[in-house]
Design a binder for this molecule. Structure first.
Ligand SMILES: Cc1ncc(COP(=O)(O)O)c(C=O)c1O
Ligand SMILES: N[C@@H](CCOP(=O)(O)O)C(=O)O
Length: 480
C-alpha cells in the first residue's frame, strides 16, 4: 500500500516510513492512495474475531511493508485483556471493547476507554508504541516524538511509550486547562524518556508548534522528530478498527446498518469512521458532536470552516475537545473535493493564514450528503443534564465528552432509518473529570483501584510560552 499527501507531494511512501515521518513534507496529511474495500465474505468471516484478530485483518490492508506474521504478533501483543482491564463492572472483560446498551439494541455506548489511561486513545496508542519499537529496532534508529494534547493524547502516548527503546516523548499541553486527573496522569511520570511541557495557550497553539517543528525539514531530519497525534496516519488506521468492532457488537447480521455518534475535536476519531464507511462498512450515519467549540458543527451545517483564534476558544468541562482547528478535517475535505490536492492546498493556505473558507456554494459541498455526516453541539448545561439523565435512567456514569455525544445522539436519532442501532463512542471514563461529575451527580466518580491517589504524586513539568524556537531549544538540550 502506497500513501499520498493531501497537498500533493510527489513521494509515494509506504506505511513504515510515514509511521516515523508523521506529517508529509508539504505540510499535508497522508492517506492511502485508494481505500481498500471490504467484501461481504470478509465481513462474514470477521464477525466472530477477537479485537486482536480483527485489528490484524484490517491493518493488513493498510500495512504491506511489515511481514504478516510480525504484524500479527504486534496485534496479539497489544490487544490483551490485561492491558484493557478497566472495564465497567459487570461488562465482559474478555471482549476489550464491549457495547454497553442503554436502550436495548437501540442506543449503546461503545466502550473504548478501558485501557491504561481511561481514554479511547489507548486503543490506538498502545499499538503505535509497539509499532514504533518494532520498526526502530529493525532499522537500528531512534525517534524523538513531539506531540500536542488537550488532555488525553498526552497520557495515552506517554503510557504507551514509557520504557520503549529508541523513543523519547516531548508532549505539549495547555497550561492550566486540563483536569486535575489528566495533569496528574502525565506530569507524575518520572521516566527518563518522557518530557512534559505546559504551554501558556490552548491545544491549537501546541498543535501549531508541532506542525511548525515538523515543517522544518532540516530540524526534523537532524533531530529525528516523529508524531503521535492523529496527524500520524498510523493513529487513524488503528482507530478504523473501533468502527468494525462496534458494528459487529451492535448488529446481528451483516445485512444491518449501524450509526455512530462521535464526540469530536481534532476530527481524528470520526475520520477513522469515515474511512471505515468508505471501505464498505454499512454505516447509515456518522453523527459528529462538539462542545461549545463548535467549528465542525458549523461546517457540517453551513459549509463554512471558520477556525477560531486562541482567545475565542472556550475552556470547557469537556476539555479534550477544546479544539478550534481540527487537523484531520483536512483528510475528510480531501475526499470531499474529489481528492484534488491543489484544492486542498489552496483551502489550507487560507486556514494557515488565519482565515476561514466557504464551500457552501460549491458542487463539492452539494455532495456532502453522500458522506453520511450530520452534527450537533453541546454546552456545559447539556453535559450536566445528560450525565444526570443517563445515571438516573440507566444507572450508568458517563464522562463529560461522552455526554456531549449522548446529547447529540438523542437529538439526531429520529433521523435514522428504523431499526438502525446507534452507538455513542465512549471516549473517556468519568474519573478523569471528577469536578463536573460531582457538579452533575453530587457524588464521586468510580475510580479504578490502580489509579487511587494519582493526584497526590509528585509532578514534573516545564512551563513555557507557545514559542516554536523555545520548544526546539528544549528538545536540542535534551537530545544533544
Ligand atoms: C475524551 C475525548 N473525547 C473526544 C475527543 C475528540 O476526538 P478527536 O480529536 O479524535 O476528534 C478527544 C480528543 O481526542 C478526547 O480525548
Ligand atoms: N483530544 C486530544 C487532542 C487531539 O489529539 P489527536 O492526537 O487525536 O490528534 C487530546 O486529548 O489530547
Amino acid at each position: 500500500m502506497k500513501y499520498l499527501s493531501t497537498r500533493g507531494h510527489a513521494g509515494r511512501p509506504e506505511f513504515c516510513d510515514i509511521l516515523l515521518g508523521g506529517l508529509a513534507p508539504d505540510g499535508g496529511l497522508y492517506l492511502p492512495e485508494t481505500y481498500p474495500q471490504v467484501s461481504r465474505a470478509e465481513l462474514d468471516a470477521w464477525r466472530q474475531l477477537s479485537y486482536a484478530e480483527l485489528a490484524f485483518e484490517i491493518l493488513s490492508k493498510f500495512i504491506t511493508d511489515i511481514p504478516p506474521a510480525d504484524l500479527k504478533a504486534i496485534c496479539d501483543k497489544t490487544y490483551t485483556a490485561a492491558v484493557y482491564c478497566h472495564a465497567r463492572p459487570g461488562d465482559d472483560t474478555a471482549e476489550i471493547t464491549p457495547v454497553h446498551w442503554l436502550e436495548d439494541r437501540k442506543l449503546g455506548l461503545l466502550e473504548l476507554s478501558n485501557g491504561p489511561t481511561l481514554a479511547f486513545k489507548d486503543m490506538a496508542m498502545q499499538l503505535l508504541g509497539n509499532l514504533f519499537e518494532y520498526v526502530l529496532d529493525k532499522r537500528g534508529q531512534s525517534i524523538n516524538i513531539l506531540g500536542a494534547t488537550s488532555g488525553d493524547t498526552g497520557s495515552a502516548a506517554e503510557y504507551a511509550m514509557r520504557g520503549k527503546h529508541g523513543v523519547r516523548v516531548f508532549m505539549l499541553s495547555p497550561h492550566g486547562k486540563m483536569s486535575a486527573f489528566q495533569r496528574a496522569q502525565m506530569y507524575s511520570l518520572q521516566d527518563d524518556n518522557i518530557y512534559n511541557i505546559a504551554v501558556t495557550g490552548m491545544f491549537d497553539d501546541a498543535q501549531d508548534i508541532v506542525k511548525a517543528v515538523s515543517n522544518d525539514a532540516a530540524f526534523k531530519a537532524q533531530h529525528k522528530i516523529g508524531a503521535v497525534n492523529s496527524i500520524n496516519w498510523a493513529r487513524v488506521a488503528a482507530q478504523i478498527v473501533y468502527y468494525f468492532k462496534g458494528y459487529f457488537g451492535a448488529t446481528e447480521s451483516n445485512d444491518q446498518q449501524v450509526a455512530f455518534c462521535v464526540p469530536s475535536g481534532n476530527f481524528g476519531n470520526i475520520c477513522a469512521g469515515h474511512i471505515a464507511r468508505m471501505m464498505g462498512l454499512p454505516v447509515a450515519k456518522l453523527i459528529l458532536a462538539t462542545n461549545e467549540n463548535d467549528v465542525l458543527d458549523e461546517f457540517f451545517r453551513s459549509g463554512v470552516y471558520r477556525p477560531r483564534k486562541t482567545a475565542e476558544t472556550h475552556v470547557t468541562s469537556s476539555p479534550s475537545m477544546d479544539i478550534s482547528k481540527a487537523s484531520n478535517f483536512e483528510r475528510f475535505v480531501f475526499d470531499l473535493v474529489g481528492r484534488d490536492p491543489q484544492k486542498v492546498a489552496a483551502l489550507w493556505a487560507e486556514v494557515d493564514a488565519g482565515r476561514a473558507f466557504d464551500l457552501s456554494a460549491s458542487a463539492d459541498f452539494a455532495r456532502i450528503g453522500d458522506f453520511g455526516f450530520v452534527s450537533g453541539a453541546s454546552s456545559h448545561a447539556d453535559r450536566l443534564a445528560t450525565i444526570r439523565k443517563v445515571f438516573e435512567q440507566y444507572g450508568v456514569m458517563i464522562d463529560t465528552h461522552t455526554a456531549d455525544g449522548v446529547k447529540v445522539a438523542w437529538e439526531r436519532a429520529a433521523e435514522l432509518p428504523a431499526g438502525v442501532p446507534l452507538l455513542v463512542l465512549e471516549t473517556a471514563l468519568p474519573v478523569k473529570f471528577a469536578e463536573t461529575i460531582r457538579e452533575a451527580l453530587g457524588r464521586e466518580p468510580e475510580r479504578p483501584a490502580d489509579l487511587e491517589g494519582i493526584e497526590r504524586l509528585p509532578q514534573r513539568v516545564e512551563v513555557m510560552a507557545p514559542d516554536v524556537e523555545a520548544v526546539k531549544r528544549f528538545i536540542v538540550e535534551r537530545v544533544g
